[in-house]
Design a protein around this ligand. Structure first.
Ligand SMILES: Cc1cc2nc3c(=O)[nH]c(=O)nc-3n(C[C@H](O)[C@H](O)[C@H](O)COP(=O)(O)O)c2cc1C
Length: 127
C-alpha cells in the first residue's frame, strides 16, 4: 500500500490505509466483508438494515430479530478480525435507536449514521 497516503484518525482509532467500507444493507455487508476489510487496516462496516430472518414475522418481532442478528454479526466479525469494525445505521429506520444501543452494548468501534440526524441519541446522552 502507498505509504504516502496519511492515516485517518478518528478519536483513538487509526485507519491505515484510510478507507471506510460503505455499509450495504439487507445482508450485503455483514461480518465476512467487514472482517476482511478490517483485517487490511481499514474500517469494516456491517449494515444494520434488514438483518436477520424477519420475513413472515409479525411486526412486533422485527426489532428483536434485527437486534439479535446485529449482535451476532458484530460478534462474528470480532471473531474473524482484531481490526476496526463499525456499523451503518440509517436514522430513518423505525428501530434506529434500538440498533444503536445493541451496537454500543457490543462495544462497536464506531457508528456511521445515515439518512437523518440522530438528535435524540445526543439529547438522551446529554451531549
Ligand atoms: C447494495 C448497496 C446497499 C447499500 N446500502 C446502504 C445502507 O444500508 N446504508 C447506507 O447508508 N448506505 C448504503 N449504501 C450506500 C453505500 O454505503 C455507499 O455510501 C455508496 O455506495 C457510495 O460509496 P461508493 O462511492 O464508494 O460506492 C448502499 C450501497 C449499495 C451499492
Amino acid at each position: 500500500m502507498n505509504k504516502n497516503i496519511p492515516s485517518l484518525k478518528i478519536g483513538d482509532l487509526t485507519i491505515s490505509p484510510p478507507i471506510i467500507q460503505g455499509g450495504m444493507g439487507v445482508r450485503v455487508s455483514r461480518s465476512n466483508l467487514a472482517a476482511a476489510v478490517a483485517n487490511e487496516g481499514c474500517v469494516g462496516v456491517i449494515a444494520g438494515v434488514g438483518l436477520g430472518k424477519f420475513e413472515g414475522l409479525p411486526r412486533s418481532e422485527y426489532e428483536a430479530v434485527n437486534n439479535e442478528a446485529l449482535r451476532q454479526e458484530i460478534r462474528k466479525a470480532r471473531s474473524m478480525s482484531k481490526g476496526i469494525i463499525g456499523v451503518n445505521l440509517m436514522v430513518a429506520l423505525s428501530n434506529y435507536e434500538s440498533l444503536a444501543k445493541t451496537a454500543v452494548e457490543e462495544n462497536i468501534d464506531l457508528i456511521i449514521s445515515g439518512a437523518g440526524l440522530p438528535l435524540s441519541v445526543f439529547l438522551t446522552a446529554g451531549i
